[in-house]
Design a binder for this molecule. Sequence first.
Ligand SMILES: *Cc1c(COP(=O)(O)O)cnc(C)c1O
Length: 388
Amino acid sequence: MSRPLLMIPGPIDVTDEVLAAMSRPVFSHVDPAFITIFGQVLKDTRTIFQVGDDYQPFVVAGSGTLAMDSAVANLVEPGDRVLVIETGYFGRRMADICQRYGGEVDMLVAAPGDTISAEQVAIQLQQADYDLVALTHVDTSTGVVTDAQGIAAAANDAGALIIVDGVCATAAEEMRQQDWGVDVYLTASQKAIGLPPGLALWVVSPSGLAKWRERTTPVGSYYSDWSLWLPIMESYEGLRPSYFATPPVNLVVALHTSLQQILQEGVEEVYTRHRLMSDAVKAGVSAMGMGQVPTAADHAAHTLTCPRFPAGVNAGLLGHVRANGAILAGGLHPMIKTEYFRIGHMGAVSANAILATLGAVETGLRQSGYAVEPGISLAAAQAVLAEH
Ligand SMILES: *Cc1c(COP(=O)(O)O)cnc(C)c1O
C-alpha cells in the first residue's frame, strides 16, 4: 500500500467493505430499501450500546460535537445545575455547551493525564442539588479513560442525569449503557465506529426522555431538538417513510456495514482486541524509552496512546514518521500541547498496522537524533501480541 496509515484518534482508516458501501448509487431517503437499512442501523446501535428497546437511538448528520450539543440542548434547561468532569480538551467543550444553554456549571478538573474518581464525584454531588453530570469517557487530548461506570452510579444515587461523551470510546472501550445507568451515551462515526466523519450517534435512556418531556422551556436549538428527530427515528424503525432533514444516505448505508462488521466480530471481542492492540503499542512506546501522558496505566485508554517526546525531540518527529508511512497526531491539551503526540489505534486496526506504525516511529526517532535500538519496540509489541 503506497498511502500512509492513518493512525490518528479520528478520523481513522475504514475497512474496504465500508468504503465500498459508501460508493453505492445514492438512495432516495424514502426508498423502502434505504428505510430497511436505517431501521436495522437503529436496532444494531442498541445492541452495541447494550440497551433495551425502551432506549432511543438517534443517528443524525453532524459530527461528534453535534451529539454533545444535542444531548445538552435537550436535557439542560436554563438554571439547571450541571457538574462537568474535565479530563482534557473535550470536557472543557462540554462545559461551554452547558453554559451556552443556560446551565449553572461546576467543574471537577483533572491535571493533564490525571482522572477524577467516582469518590470525588460522589463528594461533590453532596455539595449541591445537581440536575446533571457530564463526563468524557476517553479524552482524546490526554488518552485518559474515566470511570464512567462508577461516576454514573454516583450520579444515579444523587438523582442526577448523566451524559457520557463516548466519541473516542464507543465500540472499543468497555461500555454497558443500561447496566451502568448512563442517560445519554454519545459518539461520532469517524472514531472506533469505523466510518468517515459525518454522523453523530446518541442513545437516550427512558429517564433522559422523561426529563426532556417534562421541560418547561423550548429547546434552544432547532437542528438539535429531539422533538424534530424522534418521529424520524421512530418512522425509520417502524419502516415508514418520513422527512425532517435529509439523512446522509451513503453514510447510513456504510454505518450499516460497519455495525454489522462489529457485531460479527462480537462486541466483547472488539473490546478485547482494542485492549490487546493498545497493550502492544504501549509496550512498544515504553521500550523506546518514552513516557505517556496518562499518569497511571489503570486510567490509560485503549483507543489511543499519548507518548511524551523524549528529551531533544519535538513535533518535527511526526513529519519523519509520516514519510516512514504512518500519519500520527500532535498534542491537543493546551497545557502540554508541545510535549507529546498521539497514536490512534481504534476500529478495524490490525497487528500489522501497529507494528508498521511502531517501526515508523522508531526510524523517525533516529532521524530526529534520538538513539533507539532498531527493532526494540517491535520486539516489545510482538511479545504482547504473542501472549494472546
Ligand atoms: C473527536 C471527539 C469529539 C468531537 O467530535 P467531532 O466529530 O470532531 O465534533 C468530542 N469528544 C471526544 C471525546 C472526541 O474524541
